[in-house]
Design a protein around this ligand. Structure first.
Ligand SMILES: [Zn+2]
Length: 165
């Protein structure tokens, strides 16, 4: 029972009431690139974060919410063309190793000219990888999940504080 309580404590749960709210979580820059997943049921109940990829594989989307944020925030990542990618590596968010199909540079547009790149799991399944790895090695996933949340929070803070120079 105790382990279930601690699992609940580190989870971030939120819900998105409508498609309109889902779209509004994104910046107008990202809304132009938004391809919504089909057959979503509202309210959409989210555990930790919600992510999906559009069918061409160019854009991957992330919706996240800290308990102290009024509303969820979303971001569109653009996949870096394969020729420019390193051959796999270590995910900066969850520390999983993978091939270039699994770990790659995903970029976030800060403005029309400027983007930031993140070397992370292409499918953003970081939390699942942390849970699997910790279950395998018998470690407590809490601090790794906290670190993941911190890095996602930082990304959204970077976006919202971005000022063109
Ligand atoms: Zn990862």
């Amino acid at each position: 029972m105790l382990s279930q309580i601690s699992k609940f404590n580190r989870e971030i749960l939120f819900s998105i009431e409508s498609e309109e709210d889902l779209v509004k979580a994104f910046r107008s820059r990202d809304q132009k690139k938004l391809v919504l997943p089909e057959n979503l049921q509202y309210p959409l109940n989210v555990r930790s974060y919600f992510t999906w990829k559009e069918s061409s594989g160019v854009y991957t989307y992330l919706i996240f919410k800290r308990p102290n944020w009024d509303l969820p925030r979303g971001v569109a990542f653009k996949r870096t063309p394969p020729s420019a990618e390193p051959t796999g590596g270590l995910c900066n968010w969850c520390h999983a190793y993978g091939t270039s199909d699994q770990i790659g540079l995903l970029s976030v547009a800060m403005s029309a000219e400027v983007s930031s790149s993140y070397l992370i799991c292409q499918d953003l399944t970081c939390i699942e990888k942390i849970e699997e790895e910790c279950a395998r090695s018998g470690k407590d996933p809490e601090k790794y999940i906290e670190e993941l949340y911190r890095k996602m929070t930082k990304l959204f803070e970077n976006i919202s504080s971005y000022k063109p120079t």
